[in-house]
Each structure stands twice: as C-alpha cells, then as structure tokens.
Design a protein around this ligand. Structure first.
Ligand SMILES: [Fe+2]
Length: 344
C-alpha cells in the first residue's frame, strides 16, 4: 500500500527550474536571480535542448520563452504538458504578446511573465506556480492512497463474506448426514482435475471458490424433498435443481462472473440434455464442466437417502459411461488420470 510521504508536505527549495530563452543575457539574468533564491537552475536555448533536459532531469518548472528560433514556445508547450504533466510552465513574453500568453494559459501554462522582467514578479510567479504544482502532486498522492485503501478494504470485505458463505455451506452440510463434507471433497477432486489440465493459478483459485460454494443454493431447498428416500417426482427434481440458480444469485454480488457461472451451471450436461439448459459442449464454462464431474463422483461414492454409496470402481465406471453425454470426455480423461496418480 502506498504511504503518504511526510516530507512531501514541505516544498523543497532545491527544486530544479529550466530557463528557456534564445538570448544568453536573459537566461543569465533569470539564472542569477532564481539560483540566489535557492533554486537549482538549468538552461536551454532550443526546443530540442528543452526536451532532452526534461527527459534526463526532474524539472519542476520551465520558464519558456514564447519566441524562439525553430520550434517556438507556443508549439513546445503542448508537448511539455502531454509528456511531462507534472512540470509547471511559465511563459515568458513581450508586453505586446499578452494575448498570445493568455492563449497559452488556456493550453495549460501556469502563468506568464512579461519582458522586460520585473525580477521580483518573476520570483513570485515561480513561487506560486511551484506551490500549485506541489498541491496537485499532494492531492494526486492522497487520491492514490485513498484508492489503495478502498481496494484493500473491498478485498477484505469480500474475503470475509466468502468465508461466511463457506461457513454457511459447511453448516448446511454438517446437519445433513448424507452431504457432510461434500463441498470440501468436491473441491479437492476439482482442483486435482484442474491441476491435471494445467490451469493457471488464477483459474485454480476461481475453481476452488466455485467448488466450495457450488451448493450454497441448497439453503432454499426443502429438506423433506432433499432427504426423500424414494424416487423424486418431476416437480421435486425441478425444485431441488433450483439450487444452482439460487446459489448463483447468492454469490453473484461478491464473486466474479466466472465463479457465479460455475455455480449456476454445475449440473449442465455436456450434450445439452440437462434441465433447462441453454448451452452445451465447450460453450459450457470449463470450470463448470470440471465441477460437474467432481460433484457427480463424490455424490456417487456417498450414501444418499434413496441408495447406498457406490464403490469407487462402480462410480468410475459410471463416469466413464457418461463421457460425451453428461460429462466432457476431456475432463473425464483428466479425472481418471488423477485417480491413477492417487492409486500409484
Ligand atoms: Fe449441486
């Protein structure tokens, strides 16, 4: 996190100024006056020299002559302002060029000073322009500090909320003898598949959260229907399956679109034959296809109110049998590889 620099609160008297004029006598005059006031001064007499100096030195302020041979101060001003927006610019002009100087103010110059110079006015103009620059820099730094702070708190709140939802899922599962620990086991299986497929760290993190939270929508499912020992009616099945959509609505406000999509589509069938399904095949989010296999496998090897747990071999055969219909065959292969890794 960015910290405010306490030293930035006081203006350094050794700030570097760049005096730009094609007349050496004028540069010398300003140099003497301003260095006598504690500023570090550099000089330039062409636009090219100005840009080279800005490129290599931290210039706080440029005193820029409007009339110069070659590229004039008027032409140079927008280049300085776009390339070095933190550098203040004071235009130096003849009295009869005041209208031009005012135009320069509209283009971002901080002030103008008239020739022949009143050196005290020059000094005052430099001081004011540097104070304004200093305030702008301090304001920007403070805005950055606030933005960092807000981002930090947003991340903290999101973590807290996700942790709370995860605890809710665990509590939901803990009170049900059939689903205790389901989401944690599904997460382990899903991550093993993701690892086998070489997912990125970011994708794995999203897969982890999507897997942990995938059944949070079961909070809205009637427990009597969920624990019904016999075969479900069509209506009962449809009621249970609403948990995917409900879950997506619960987590949607605090997780990204991908995790929400995982939760919403974890019961989608690869061939598109799932309940109220609109996408199929590779159009289903990869992580949702992974979750579908992990979820189904853990459900098969667990007792359910209407059947006893299958053996790992039976469940694996069933997953293989459904490759290409309910499940993505690529995911099934990756899943089988993870089983081989575990059994080695
Ligand atoms: Fe589910």
């Amino acid at each position: 996190m960015k910290q405010l620099d306490p030293a930035a609160k006081s203006i350094s008297i050794r700030e570097t100024l760049l005096i730009v004029d094609d007349e050496a006598a004028i540069r010398r005059l300003l140099h003497q006056k301003l260095s006598g006031e504690g500023y570090q001064c550099e000089e330039a007499n062409t636009a090219e020299q100005v840009l080279n100096t800005l490129e290599t030195s931290p210039i706080a302020l440029v005193i820029l002559d409007i009339k110069m041979p070659g590229k004039s101060g008027i032409e140079l001003l927008p280049e300085i302002k776009s390339g070095y927006p933190d550098t203040a610019v004071i235009m130096a002009t003849a009295v009869d060029e005041v209208n031009v100087a005012v135009q320069c103010l509209k283009q971002g110059a901080d002030d103008y000073i008239c020739k022949p110079f009143d050196l005290n006015k020059v000094s005052l103009s430099v001081q004011k322009a540097l104070e304004k620059r200093h305030l702008q820099l301090e304001l920007r730094e403070y805005q950055g500090f606030l933005e960092d702070k807000v981002e930090e708190q947003t991340i903290g709140m999101r973590k807290l909320f996700l942790g709370a939802i995860e605890a809710l899922v665990s509590a939901l599962e803990a009170k049900d003898k059939y689903t205790g620990g389901h989401s944690r086991r599904v997460t382990e299986i899903a991550l093993a598949i993701g690892n086998e497929l070489g997912l990125s760290t970011q994708d794995m993190e999203e897969l982890r959260w999507g897997s942990l939270l995938h059944d949070v929508g079961k909070i809205a499912v009637d427990q009597v229907i969920q624990n019904k020992p016999g075969k479900l009616t069509r209506e009962e099945y449809e009621h249970i399956m609403t948990h995917a959509h409900v879950g997506a609505n619960i987590v949607g406000p605090v997780v990204n679109g991908k995790i929400t999509e995982m939760v919403e589509h974890h019961h989608d069938h690869y061939d598109g034959s799932g309940l109220h399904q609109v996408t199929a095949g590779d159009d289903i989010l990869l992580e949702a296809r992974i979750l579908a296999v992990a979820d189904a496998f853990d459900a098969m090897i667990s007792d359910r109110p209407y059947r006893a747990a299958m053996s790992v071999a039976e469940a694996t055969d069933e997953i293989k049998r459904c490759a290409g219909t309910q499940f993505d065959p690529v995911i099934v292969t990756a899943f089988l590889n993870t089983l081989e890794i575990v059994s080695k």
